[in-house]
Ligand binder design. Structure first.
Ligand SMILES: [Zn+2]
Ligand SMILES: [Zn+2]
Length: 333
């Protein structure tokens, strides 16, 4: 089995367990491929999270830089240990804004001997964290004229900038705006604007298809997905959505079905673990989703050649389902 996206408490403030403990768990579960993808350092103090702020912002930013270098060194040690699992080193992009996207590009170049790929992720809308907590999500909404439609449009536009500038090998949590989007939120079915309950065109978000409701959202999502397929990017099915109690992994079924219709779309698995307990978390539910909801024929995964060149491999769904991983997964959960 595989995961293309993970973190550890050693190198990100909101992580729980250290990298060594995560690696041990990965080995116990017998992953074939496990990608370590710590967040790249943010370079502007306005993007520091509360748990990173000590009052000396230049020291706080410097610490992010230092931890990232330490991460690369530690990940290299893990990789060179010759464990049965193939560990691949990457990073998760912080697509906060264009400056950060360009910085990601320079980091990839600078560390290309170690870092083989990146997970292209957007975590901000109008410079406000989208997935930090409910309050921040509402601030994102407010910055988008209180319109869920506009919030998705703004996110998808920034995502497109990231995709075109970086061509990330893996696209992270494609529809992250879903995380704190309350099902019971009432919006105008035409504009997507938040309206009082009982308004003439008011409808609950949970009753809408976020893809089909607004043609603009659908066409931007399609544009992004087609671009990913066209440069050979991989779309992750990220089980952290389920861990955070969404109905589906990212992307949810409406965006995932849309992606499936795009010729050349290739799905890969990710757990986005930040703790030992999150390694392979909810993979049984993801398998069910792949099999029964998306009805995929196969899954893709990254591997590295002897000479350190990244390549993409695939497994048909029957192989995935009969993989010995599931026995260990059942025994240990
Ligand atoms: Zn992320
Ligand atoms: Zn992540």
């Amino acid at each position: 089995m595989h995961s293309h996206h993970s973190h550890s408490g050693d190198y990100v403030a909101h992580g729980v367990d250290g990298l060594e403990a995560i690696v041990t768990r990965v080995s116990e579960l017998g992953f074939d491929v496990y990608c370590m993808t710590e967040h790249m350092p943010r370079i502007d103090q306005k993007y520091l999270y509360p748990e990173e702020i000590t009052g000396d912002s230049s020291a706080d930013l410097k610490l992010l830089q230092q931890k990232f270098i330490e991460y690369l060194a530690h990940a290299t040690k893990v990789k060179n240990r010759g464990l049965r699992t193939e560990f691949i080193i990457g990073m998760e992009v912080e697509g906060c804004d264009l400056k950060h996207i360009d910085y990601a590009q320079s980091l990839m170049q600078r560390h290309s001997d170690v870092m083989k790929f990146c997970v292209g992720s957007v975590h901000h809308v109008n410079q406000i964290p989208l997935d930090f907590d409910q309050q921040c999500w509402y601030q994102c909404l407010k910055s988008c004229g209180n319109s869920v439609r506009q919030l998705m449009v703004t996110y998808l536009e920034l995502q497109f900038e990231l995709l075109t500038r970086l061509k990330p090998q893996v696209v992270g949590h494609f529809d992250l705006f879903r995380l704190y989007c309350p099902n019971e939120l009432v919006v105008d079915s035409r504009s997507g604007e938040r309206v009082p309950d009982g308004s003439e065109f008011g409808v609950r978000v949970g009753e809408l298809s976020l893809v089909e409701q607004w043609p603009e959202v659908k066409s931007l999502a399609l544009r992004n997905l087609e671009f990913v397929a066209c440069y050979g990017g991989l779309l992750e099915l990220n089980s952290s959505g389920l861990r955070k109690k969404l109905q589906d992994p990212y992307p949810g079924r409406d965006f995932a079905q849309l992606a499936k219709q795009v010729p050349g779309t290739r799905f890969v698995l990710s757990d986005d673990a930040h703790a030992v307990s999150q390694v392979g978390v909810c993979y049984d539910q993801v398998l069910e989703y792949i099999d029964k909801v998306l009805k995929l024929d196969n899954l893709y995964f990254l591997c590295e050649t002897q000479s350190g060149k990244l390549c993409v491999n695939s497994m048909d769904l029957e192989q995935v389902k009969s993989h010995p991983f599931w026995q260990r997964f059942q025994d240990q959960n």
